[in-house]
Ligand binder design. Structure first.
Ligand code: OAD
Length: 306
């Protein structure tokens, strides 16, 4: 019988000698409390996508209506960079202006590292940079889908200064969410190196491969992982979701989410599940309770005040 059945027993397991290596996989849900919508929930980026507002051909709009992930798909971007840039404009400028702050879920990773030294890695699918804003050493974080705070050309691979790129976005890309702000029409942002209109933040598009670091670190980390915490992700995007089924069968998997996820990957949400524990709820509430069980509330307050 599995010994972790609630947050109190999870805290005991984390602090016990049986638990030496902890891996965290996060998704957009851990940043929702900071004000960034996720992708697939009602009100999320795909749910609220309005292809008719995007500068695109009828055929491209049809594709985005059929499947909103086309807005972040490689062939679409190479043909027409406006769908990605128009949809991402507020996010790009918000990251530049640092308007979003880390959540309790982000601080949890930092506390786990400083208080136990058992945090092996955080694999984040998020591109908002908040995982990097809580003082974890860089080597502890794998940005599975890249990062929004660096820019480069998807055609020639040359980097572009992020601030210069943001100024171009502000001046040249229409704000489809607040059409009264910024330019009325989008005009191409050209790569200073190759001249093509294919500069974007260094995020991974659907149809591109993940950074080699993801595969290298995963093959290194997973065999010895005692606890995998999966937080705020629908687990529908591969290969990021492979972490959930590539851990050994004796790894405890804890799912923190407001809905059951990963059933098709073999995650068991039932109260008597053998290897899984489903901590259902809002990410920040669950992590706050867990931090309470671990006795780290004072340290959390310090982090939040800094
Ligand atoms: P999703 O939007 O697919 O999933 C977010 C999950 O978090 C859902 O299961 C929500 O129910 C849950 N959730 C949202 N807010 C929450 C909260 N406050 N507390 C608890 N749970 C909450 O986002 P991801 O799984 O991150 O990739 O999406 C994966 C990838 O799909 C993204 O990295 C992105 C996207 O297309 C690319 O663009 C390549």
């Amino acid at each position: 019988m599995r010994s972790v059945t609630d947050l109190a027993s999870l805290a005991r397991f984390i602090l016990s000698p049986d638990c030496q290596s902890i891996v965290i996989l996060t998704g957009a849900g851990v940043s929702v409390a900071s004000g960034i919508p996720d992708f697939r929930s009602p009100g999320g980026m795909y749910d609220t996508l309005r292809p008719e507002l995007i500068t695109a051909t009828e055929q491209q709009r049809k594709l985005m209506t059929m499947d909103p992930t086309y807005v972040v798909e490689k062939n679409m971007f190479l043909q027409n960079s406006f769908p990605y840039l128009e949809v991402r404009r507020p996010f790009i400028l918000g990251v530049r202006d640092r308007i979003w702050k880390p959540t309790i879920a982000h601080h949890f990773a930092s506390l786990l590292h400083s208080k136990t030294d058992k945090l092996t890695r955080v694999y984040t699918q998020n591109i908002d940079g908040l995982t990097n804003a809580v003082g974890l050493p860089d080597g502890k974080i794998v940005s599975v889908h890249g990062t929004l705070d660096k820019a480069g050309c998807e055609s020639c691979g040359e980097d572009m200064d992020f601030d210069a790129f943001c100024s171009e976005v502000e001046a040249k890309i229409r704000d489809i969410y607040h059409p009264e702000k910024g330019p009325q029409e989008s005009t191409p942002i050209k790569c200073p190196s190759c001249g093509k209109a294919t500069v974007k933040p260094k995020t991974v598009l659907f149809g591109s491969s993940l950074p080699a670091e993801f595969f290298d670190k995963a093959s290194q980390d997973l065999p010895t992982t005692d606890l995998l915490i999966v937080a705020g992700t629908s687990l529908v995007v591969s290969p990021a979701n492979s972490l959930a089924y590539n851990v050994p069968t004796n790894t405890l998997r804890v799912i923190v989410n407001n809905e059951p996820v990963g059933k098709e990957l073999g995650i068991d949400h039932s109260p008597d599940a053998k290897r899984d524990f489903f901590a259902r709820g809002d990410c920040d509430e669950v992590f706050l309770d867990l931090i309470g069980e671990l006795g780290w509330i004072a340290e959390l307050k310090e982090l939040e005040d800094n």
